[in-house]
Design a protein around this ligand. Structure first.
Ligand SMILES: [Zn+2]
Ligand SMILES: [Zn+2]
Length: 288
């Protein structure tokens, strides 16, 4: 599996949209890896992990084509993870697709080419958000499937996906992480999790990971607000190591980094590295 990060920032972005603190200011002046769009990633151009506001812009910039995506795994319905307007642009009258190009021009519509069916996987809260906007519209070529913690689903293309409940504040079961398995390789994509409950730690222990992606939102600050800090990222890495969950060469990459507790990439990289974890950045690709 080949995973590309289409965004590695938290909700406010990096730099924070309206902030001029030293971190945000540095990111603006230096650009490059210091700039982070809302977190999103894609595996093999087939499985999209959240649909953030900037993910299509970044995909085009990084040479990634999202039009063939057949599965969307939504962690939770906060807008930086589930930006519904992007899904509405799938709409078209399929009957017009067979027309010669010049005739299509007079039909209008935001899509002129066929699309594979997209299955959107998400928890009950995500389903509720989808039902209020995009569900039931045949022109979108989408179907919804509610996920449940610990219950694996077979996504198109041979991906076995197991949801893991997070603790992202709000009601129980508001956020879910995903364990994605294909061809004997396993990726954990864990966003907006806070600290995992014991039953979910038991579930996480059952896998042997080739790649771990984890939110590092509150970085050098303490844990709060349903998010992970670097100290807890380290604890999770130790937990995986102690339980024999790390396949050879497995690395933990942090994403969903907030500018107010995570220094700019240029400074933070060495700090994280010293703790045994790596920082993802927008456009970074890792293959397992
Ligand atoms: Zn978020
Ligand atoms: Zn969130």
């Amino acid at each position: 599996m080949k995973l590309t990060f289409l965004g590695t920032g938290a909700g406010e972005g990096y730099p924070g949209l309206w902030c001029r603190c030293p971190h945000c200011d540095y990111a603006r002046r230096h650009g490059g890896k210091n700039l982070r769009a809302n977190s999103c990633a894609v595996i093999d151009e087939r499985v999209l992990l959240d649909v953030g506001p900037a993910c299509f812009d970044n995909a085009a910039r990084f040479g990634v084509d999202l039009t063939g995506v057949t599965s969307l795994l939504v962690t939770h319905p906060h807008e930086d993870h589930l930006y519904l307007p992007h899904l509405l642009w799938r709409r078209t009258d399929e009957a017009n697709l067979a027309l010669p190009y010049r005739e299509k021009l007079s039909c209008g519509g935001p899509r002129f080419t066929p699309l594979p069916m997209l299955t959107v996987y998400g928890n009950a809260y995500t389903m509720k958000a989808l039902a209020a906007s995009v569900d039931g519209d045949e022109q979108l070529r989408m179907r919804m499937e509610e996920i449940h913690e610990g219950v694996s689903v077979e996504a198109e293309g041979g991906y076995r996906v197991t949801p893991v409940r997070g603790n992202h504040g709000g009601p129980k079961g508001f956020s879910h992480s995903y364990v994605i398995k294909k061809d004997g390789k396993t990726i954990l994509y864990a966003l907006d999790t806070g600290t995992f409950d014991d039953d979910m730690l038991e579930l996480l222990k059952r896998f042997r990971y080739n790649l771990i992606v984890m939110e590092g939102t509150t970085g050098l600050n303490e844990q709060y607000g349903g998010h992970m800090c670097l100290e807890n990222n380290k604890k999770m890495l130790a937990f995986f190591r102690e339980n024999g969950c790390l396949a050879e060469g497995c690395e933990m990459y942090l994403t969903h980094m907030s500018p107010h507790w995570c220094p700019p990439h240029d400074w933070y990289e060495a700090i994280a590295q010293a703790e045994g974890v790596k920082l993802a950045y927008d456009g970074f690709t890792v293959e397992v």
